[in-house]
Design a binder for this molecule. Structure first.
Ligand SMILES: *Cc1c(COP(=O)(O)O)cnc(C)c1O
Length: 361
């Protein structure tokens, strides 16, 4: 293979590790490792998929007009400033591809989502990690880390895997003080879980250096369909559309997402059940001596005494058929991220963690 070399940066990538979905020899698994909606997608989305199967031999539309219109109506946005991707991960990839390259810096925070680093390396840019303050994004640290080479600043709000978020005034302050050539990307993968939060849409309207990304993978229960979207200034959306493949989303995925975003009752129910059970779960864990920060998303970050105890608890839970997420790769070795499941799953995981803390191994 002498002479055949990948582009700079690619060999720096550590492969993304997803949440576990099975344990050998254990059946009746409760999967709380990937922040999926425990109730699945809206029945309307399932029906739309069944109908769309008759058109499988047809190429899908290239402009995603119907889906963008549905998103715009549901969220009160302008359809021509929306771009749809294969998961929001693809929109994040478009942003890196379009705005960063060799010699450029891409900022992400200490416990930020793993894809930011991967996507920066993939385009030869330099990922720059910025400290958080007690597992909360720190705007001052981000501003201090900015240089004339900064092109992109990624923050997830709410953040994964911490579950914490920062207020709109802090985000505004960040956007207002970024260097001229830097673009702020607000990853709103969990925005739907926060009552009354627009994910930063108003800030996108007010400024020309902010893009918001959203996904159908979490609250909408469509992780397997791979649909996400971005909202930004027209000029930026135009740039991203130039590098988007014309048929990036399948007809089946488009149909599912369009029906899901129109089913506002299902969204409401998923959000309120999550809020209720998240509070219950956090409280139950705290009673067992396992604290967590107030979460604004569909998971809690459970903190243990140390890395050893977190690892032992993870192993114990796996033996009980419960899968949660280790977050050592997110610099949180003493914590486990636990998705808020349905009521039975919440009770089961809290009960088992109680047994573990009481000495069961
Ligand atoms: C899950 C997640 C995403 C979205 O993933 P897609 O399935 O690609 O839409 C993006 N950002 C964060 C922080 C996430 O947790």
């Amino acid at each position: 293979m002498a002479g055949i070399e990948p582009q700079p940066g690619i060999m720096e990538i550590s492969l993304y590790v997803g949440g576990k979905s099975s344990v050998e020899g254990v059946s009746n698994i409760v999967k709380l490792s990937s922040n999926e909606n425990p109730y699945g997608p809206s029945p309307a989305a399932q029906e739309a998929v069944r109908r769309s199967l008759h058109e499988m031999h047809r190429y899908p539309p290239t402009d995603h007009a119907a889906l963008r219109e549905a998103i715009a109506e549901a969220h009160g946005l302008e359809a021509d400033r929306i771009i749809c991707g294969v998961g929001s991960d693809e929109v994040l990839q478009f942003l890196c591809h379009a705005y960063a390259g060799a010699g450029d810096e891409v900022i992400h925070t200490e416990h930020g989502f793993a894809m930011y680093r991967i996507l920066a390396h993939a385009v030869g840019a330099t990922p720059v990690e910025v400290p958080e303050r007690e597992r909360v994004v720190c705007v001052d640290s981000i501003l201090e880390a900015c240089t004339e080479r900064t092109r992109l600043v990624f923050i997830a709000n709410p953040n994964n895997p911490t579950g914490t978020m920062i207020g709109l005034s802090e985000i505004e302050r960040l956007a207002a003080n970024l260097p001229e050539r830097a673009l702020l990307v607000l990853d709103g993968a969990y925005a739907e879980y926060v009552e009354g939060y627009d994910g930063g849409a108003k800030l996108v309207h007010a400024r020309d250096n902010v893009v918001m990304t959203r996904t159908f993978s979490k609250l909408y229960g469509l992780g397997g369909m791979r649909v996400g979207w971005g909202y930004g200034p027209r000029e930026i959306i135009d740039v991203l559309n130039r590098i988007r493949q014309p048929f990036n989303l399948s007809g089946v995925a488009l149909a599912a997402a369009e029906a899901a975003v129109r089913d506002s009752a299902y969204v409401e129910k998923s959000r309120s059940e999550n809020t209720r059970l998240r509070a219950w779960l956090a409280e139950a864990l705290a009673e067992h001596g396992v604290p967590s920060d107030a979460s604004t998303a569909n998971f809690v970050l459970a903190r243990f005494a140390d890395a050893e105890e977190a690892a032992a608890c993870d192993t114990y839970l796996q033996g009980q058929g419960i899968l949660v997420r280790r977050v050592t790769g997110y610099k949180l070795p003493a914590a486990l991220r636990i998705t808020v499941g349905d009521e039975a799953s919440c009770r089961r995981v809290a009960h088992c963690i109680g047994l573990f803390k009481a000495g069961a191994r």
